[in-house]
Design a protein around this ligand. Structure first.
Ligand code: PLP
Length: 363
């Protein structure tokens, strides 16, 4: 047996540790404050739980494989056709479908450094040339440089918007210039995993670009604002020519029955989603102010996390927070070894974090 040489040095995606892992590793009996994976701090929607319970007795059956009901609900939400929606086992799967569908030998992708790690990971799996463009001095996607490295072999540009791990966004003018500089052989993927948390109303959403006729695919997920990270459900919205092929490439039952039904219920639970967005926006403001007051540099974020600069104390702070039951994300894998990414929690979680950090930094 011979393993393909381009796969030999792949390392597994570095996920945030789970509550069980941390309790075991550090022997922590009490509450764990999980601020390391940008999940929904409210827990699941009660309406979703009700629906899930009612479908538990059907898990011996395959789900309806075209997922029409969910596609219809999403199409109504975005005012597009149901066939323009491509569902995935998390938006991660839609990213992989793009590689499976579009990438040929010699094709290149362009991504920012840092951005969501899975673009690079899939590129490595599919043996695709990667062009990495560092974020600019404002820690935003460097659109001018991205345009400069485009070649005839560039197939896909991935932009997470807001960016993970910085939370930065692009304004209307920046988008306009960029979109009009893109050659027609390129697909632009705008990953809006954190789109619900953007507060600045002047920041455009990718759906406007799709409707204006640009060759874009917008990624959205149920893992963050909708609180379904554990069920794995995400989707892409794109032009029909592409969505139809992506849909024919996916596995027949890529969305499991519970994720399918939970997605439908989550979309209807407006109260939960509004509450989530309010908690995130208030918590983001609170943490930004209070951590800045502690003398820390907090980068402006429009996502459900903030990136905070700790200088040479980053690793030590991460370890000390962990032993006190507060999980945050070190950013070494993203190329920011002196910063930590902190997900916005419930008000009491945010307050506990500020109090703990205050004590740690005074020592
Ligand atoms: C920018 C970005 N895109 C996509 C994802 C993956 O989402 P999903 O859970 O839908 O696969 C994440 C998860 O952290 C993310 O940060």
């Amino acid at each position: 047996m011979k393993i393909s040489s381009h796969l030999k040095h792949l390392i597994p995606y570095p996920p945030g540790k789970t509550i069980e892992e941390i309790k075991k590793e550090f022997n922590i009996p009490g509450k764990i404050y999980k601020l390391n994976s940008n999940e929904n701090p409210l827990g699941p929607s009660p309406k979703v739980l009700e629906v899930l319970e009612s479908y538990l007795l059907q898990i011996h059956l395959y789900p309806e494989s075209s997922y029409q009901e969910l596609k219809k609900a999403l199409a109504e939400k975005w005012n597009v056709l149901p066939d323009q929606i491509v569902l995935g086992n998390g938006s991660n799967e839609v990213i992989e479908l793009l590689f499976k569908t579009l990438i040929n030998p010699r094709d290149e992708i362009i991504i920012s450094k840092p951005s969501f790690l899975m673009y690079e990971k899939f590129a490595k799996i599919y043996n695709t040339k990667i062009k990495l463009v560092p974020l600019n001095h404002q820690l935003k996607h460097d659109l001018n440089k991205i345009v400069k490295v485009i070649t005839k072999n560039t197939k896909i540009i991935f932009l997470d918007h807001p960016n993970n791990p910085t939370g930065s966004v692009l304004n209307e003018k920046e988008w306009e210039i960029f979109l009009n500089s893109l050659p027609s052989h390129i697909l632009l993927v705008i990953d809006e995993a954190y789109g619900e948390f953007v507060e600045d109303a002047s920041i455009p959403s990718g759906i406007e670009f799709l409707k204006a006729g640009y060759k874009v695919l917008i990624l959205r997920t149920f893992s963050k604002a909708y609180g379904l990270a554990g069920l794995r459900l995400g989707y892409g919205i794109t032009f029909l020519e592409l969505s139809k092929v992506l849909d024919s490439v996916r596995q027949p039952f890529n969305i499991n029955l519970l994720a399918y039904k939970a997605g439908l219920a989550a979309l209807q639970d407006k109260e939960y989603i509004n509450k989530t967005i309010k908690i995130v926006k208030e918590g983001r403001k609170y943490l930004t102010q209070n951590l800045t007051n502690l003398g820390l540099k907090v980068y402006p974020s429009q996502a459900n996390f903030i990136m905070v600069e700790f200088g040479e104390k980053a690793e030590e702070t991460f370890k000390k927070l962990t032993t006190q039951g507060i999980l945050v994300r070190p950013l070494k894998a993203y190329g920011f070894p002196t910063a930590l990414r902190i997900s916005i929690g419930l008000p009491e979680e945010n307050e506990f974090l500020v109090k703990t950090l205050k004590n740690l930094l005074q020592k």
